[in-house]
Design a protein around this ligand. Structure first.
Ligand code: ZN
Length: 530
């Protein structure tokens, strides 16, 4: 999902294919090459994980160099002409294998990745990476200082680089298409525009109806909770869901993430804040969802391009499923709330479960995307998606972004930030990489979380009752068998069809939101007629 963050160099490293080698021998050679690329990338990822968790601040400069060296070697091998020849030589063999077989999928996916990668000139990769680092460093100071002017020259250059990136994939229908396809293969500006306009027309009245009701009281979550006990509780939750600590670990960081080094080592990070219990609970459930996906990919795909989750949107569907559909459900807390109360008797001992459940599902028109509830969240995503398109199309100048942001916030959510720090400077995405394709995956993930869960329920009606007993193995096993194990073998749209017998659809998601929030906000019937 990340684009090559690499310093490219010239020249092949793999040996040219010898004549008259059998297809089987070439396949062994292909897997060896791909494993080496995967190992170099994983070594870089371990250094990146360390940087975000334990590295002392003084290590930053050397670490940037070390990562660039490893990712550079990986990239050098990933675009080596010898690898291209090997893939071409195997193409015909792959087409004769059953399409669903591991080897056919491997040849197909590795060849597509290679053909995509060699379209990007090495000097573009070098320039884009150097610019991304400089822009990110400036943003880390500009955001707290509310200094958008400092970011204007960076963003203008980012926009040029983003268009330049797209140009390598011309002809395209829309300049954002290559970026969107990188994150969510098979999607395009047109398909997402259509999806979002439909979703918006349903969500806006839903948010309106909920916001007319009394605001949920979430003060119970905002008391002082000792950090060590919060961390311990969240760790226990991740373990209970099925996140395997023999093949993973949980550490603290500022911006939580999960990362895979191999099928035997998939780590998560979380964040604890003393005065917001929801922070550690839901960031841990979210990252555990991502990590269980990676832990569940068949070990036979390890070290190949198939050995990881297939797209940003599908990945997000797995994190959202555990975080929201399960982790914010009444069934889930029927089981876990009594133990949470025992850990925090002073804070929660006298708070009834109904109050706690409403608190963790509070809906409000808010300013910050990452703090948004699951009903308004998609509106934050759509706003960013539209601004990305306008910037890329040249209809919006970088200098005018802060005002366009405020106007869009008022139009989408009826609130506007007081300053740029909580406005267009709030997300790291545009300040550390390209503009384009950066946000739609979050909404796709929300939509798919309900569609996948609906399919699991069809197969096993008992899942909610099991969840209320703190048991997750039926759901986890179903997800592993149907989604996780395939890694990147099937294209996202094919996987969705295969698992749910339907193309991506908003119906399950809207049904889920209506049912849940009509009950929480005492709106019987009023959300269901639309
Ligand atoms: Zn996520």
């Amino acid at each position: 999902m990340r684009k090559p963050k690499l310093k490219a160099r010239q020249g092949p490293t793999a040996k040219p294919a010898r004549n008259r080698r059998s297809a089987e021998q070439m396949l062994v050679e292909l897997k060896r090459c791909l494993r080496e690329i995967s190992d170099l990338t994983a070594a870089g990822d371990i250094l990146t994980w360390d940087q975000a968790t334990y590295m002392p601040r003084g290590g930053a400069d050397a670490r940037a160099r070390q990562c660039a060296a490893l990712y550079g070697l990986a990239h050098e091998q990933a675009v080596a002409p010898a690898l291209g020849k090997l893939l071409d030589a195997l193409a015909h063999y792959g087409e004769r294998l059953p399409r669903d077989s591991d080897d056919a999928s491997l040849i197909r996916v590795a060849r597509r990745d290679f053909q995509k990668m060699i379209k990007i000139p090495p000097d573009h990769v070098t320039r884009a990476n150097a610019h991304g680092s400089a822009s990110y460093n400036t943003w880390t100071r500009a955001r707290p200082a509310n200094d958008f002017a400092a970011m204007v020259p960076y963003l203008e250059r980012t926009l040029d680089l983003s268009r330049e990136y797209s140009s390598y994939f011309a002809p395209y229908k829309h300049v954002a298409d290559p970026h969107i396809d990188d994150a969510d293969e098979g999607m395009s500006t047109a398909s997402i525009r259509k999806l979002f306009s439909e979703l918006k027309s349903q969500l806006v009245p839903m948010v309106g109806a909920i916001c007319e009701r009394p605001v949920a009281d979430d003060s119970s979550l905002r008391q002082a909770f000792p950090k060590a006990a919060q961390f311990e509780f969240a760790l226990n939750l991740a373990q209970r869901l099925g996140y395997d600590f023999n093949r993973g670990r949980l550490d603290l960081t500022h911006h939580p993430f999960s990362t895979r080094f191999s099928s035997g080592d998939v780590r998560i990070t979380s964040h604890v804040s003393e005065n917001n219990l929801g922070d550690v609970l839901f960031s841990t459930l979210h990252e555990a969802g991502h990590a269980m996906y990676e832990q569940g990919v068949s070990a036979t795909l390890d070290g190949t391009p198939l050995g990881k989750g297939v797209s940003a949107g599908i990945h997000e569907s797995q994190s959202r499923l555990w975080e929201n559909v399960i982790g914010r459900s009444r069934d889930f807390w029927e089981h876990f709330y009594p133990s949470l109360q025992r850990v925090f008797p002073e804070q929660l001992g006298s708070v009834p479960i109904t109050v706690f459940h409403r608190a963790i599902n509070k809906v409000a028109r808010s300013i910050i995307r990452t703090d948004a509830d699951e009903v308004t969240y998609n509106l934050h995503v759509m706003l960013r998606f539209n601004l990305e398109l306008q910037l890329l199309e040249g209809r919006l100048g970088v200098k005018d972004l802060p005002e366009a942001w405020r106007a869009a916030m008022r139009a989408h959510l009826d609130v506007a930030p007081d300053d740029d720090r909580d406005g267009c400077l709030q997300d790291v995405h545009w300040y550390s990489g390209y503009i384009g394709g950066r946000f739609q995956s979050y909404a796709i993930g929300n939509i798919l979380s309900a569609q996948f869960y609906g399919a699991a329920l069809q197969a096993h009606l008992d899942i909610p009752r099991e969840i209320a007993r703190g048991e997750f193995s039926t759901l986890h096993t179903w997800l592993r068998d149907n989604v996780y194990q395939h890694g990147s073998k099937f294209a996202p749209n094919d996987l969705i069809e295969r698992v749910t017998d339907a193309a991506m659809s908003m119906t399950p998601y809207l049904g889920y939101l209506r049912e849940k929030y009509a009950a929480l906000y005492w709106l019987p019937g009023s959300l269901s007629a639309r």
